[in-house]
Design a binder for this molecule. Structure first.
Ligand code: ADP
Length: 273
C-alpha cells in the first residue's frame, strides 16, 4: 500500500513538471490491523467470563444459595457494581473499534418513538433511582413512528440520561423530550446539574475527553460515551449537539432525519468511516 502525493513544481526551471512521492504505508496499515484485531480479541475474551461472574454474583445476591450475611452482602454488591462497570467499559471499547474499522452494524426498522424513549428511561432507572432522581417525559410531540435502529437509539439515550444523572445533584429532575421539527425528530435530555465549564466545551465529543468536571475515578466513565453517541447519530444521518450553562445545567439533543435521503447519506458515511 502506498500513500501518493503529487506536487506541481512552480519554480522557473521545472515549471509545468510534477513530482510524485510514493510513501510505503503497508507496515503502518498492518500494525493498525493487528492493534484492532488485538483489542477486539481481548475485549471478546474478557466479556464472556465477566458476564458469568456477574451472573453468579447476581444469583448469590438474590439469595439463590441461601441467606447472605449483611457484611458479605455489601461486599458482593460492590463487586457486582464493578463487574457492571467493566462490562460497560468493554462494550465501549468494542464499539469504538467497530466505529474506527467501519464495522458497526445497524438494524433498521419502523420504531415507535414513545415506546423507545420509555424503554430508555426504564433502562436508566437503576442509576437515576439510586440517586433519587426523577426523569420526566411528556410523550412525543409529532409523528411517533420513524425508520431507524432502535437499539442504537436506546444506547444513545441511556448514555445521555446516565451523564445527566452523574452530573446532577441527588433528587434532581431530568427532562426528556421528543419533538418533530422541519429536519426530523429532535430528542433532548436536559439536566439541572453542574453544567460544563466553558473552556472545556469544545472537548465534549472527543474520544477520552478529559474535562475538569469529569472526575473519572469518582463518577466512573471511560470518556468514550459521547464520541460513540456522535458516531451512531451521524451514521443514522442525524446530528448531535448541546448547550451548557455552568451552574445551571446542560441540554444534549440529537436530530433523527425523517427524510429517507438523509438517512441514506448517513449510512454511506458510516460505511466509509
Ligand atoms: P464519560 O463516560 O467519561 O462520562 P462521555 O463521553 O459520556 O464520557 O462524556 C465526556 C465528558 O463530558 C464527561 O466526562 C463530562 O466531563 C462531560 N459531560 C457529559 N455530559 C455531561 C452533563 N450532562 N453535564 C455535565 N458534564 C457532562
Amino acid at each position: 500500500h502506498f500513500d501518493v502525493t503529487i506536487k506541481l513544481l512552480r519554480n522557473k526551471r521545472s515549471s509545468g513538471r510534477f513530482l510524485i512521492l510514493l510513501n510505503d504505508i503497508s507496515d503502518r496499515l498492518a500494525q493498525e490491523q493487528l492493534k484492532a484485531d488485538f483489542i477486539s480479541m481481548v475485549s471478546h475474551e474478557l466479556r464472556s467470563p465477566l458476564t458469568s461472574i456477574k451472573g453468579s454474583m447476581g444469583l448469590l445476591l438474590s439469595g439463590a444459595a441461601g441467606d447472605v450475611p449483611s457484611k458479605a452482602k455489601s461486599l458482593l454488591e460492590i463487586s457486582h457494581r464493578n463487574a457492571d462497570r467493566l462490562v460497560l467499559i468493554i462494550n465501549d471499547i468494542l464499539d469504538l473499534e467497530k466505529i474506527t474499522t467501519g464495522r458497526m452494524e445497524f438494524t433498521m426498522c419502523d420504531v415507535d418513538l414513545d415506546e423507545l424513549v420509555k424503554e430508555a428511561i426504564a433502562a436508566s432507572a437503576v442509576t437515576t433511582k439510586n440517586f433519587g432522581q426523577r426523569v420526566l417525559f411528556d410523550g412525543v410531540q409529532g409523528s411517533e413512528v420513524i425508520y431507524t435502529d432502535p437499539n442504537r437509539i436506546i444506547q444513545v439515550l441511556t448514555n445521555l440520561i446516565s451523564n445527566a444523572s452523574k452530573f446532577s445533584r441527588p433528587n434532581g429532575i431530568i427532562h426528556v423530550s421528543c419533538v418533530e421539527g422541519p429536519r426530523g425528530m429532535t430528542l433532548t435530555v436536559r439536566d439541572e446539574g453542574a453544567g460544563i465549564p466553558a473552556e472545556d466545551q469544545h472537548k465534549v465529543f472527543k474520544r477520552f475527553a478529559d474535562l475538569s468536571n469529569s472526575d473519572r475515578s469518582g463518577k466512573g466513565g471511560t470518556g468514550l460515551g459521547l464520541s460513540i453517541c456522535k458516531a451512531i447519530v451521524e451514521s443514522l444521518g442525524g446530528s448531535i449537539g448541546f448547550e451548557s450553562h455552568p451552574g445551571s445545567g446542560s441540554s444534549f439533543h440529537f436530530v433523527l432525519p425523517s427524510d429517507k435521503d438523509d438517512r441514506e447519506k448517513g449510512n454511506h458515511a458510516a460505511q466509509r468511516r
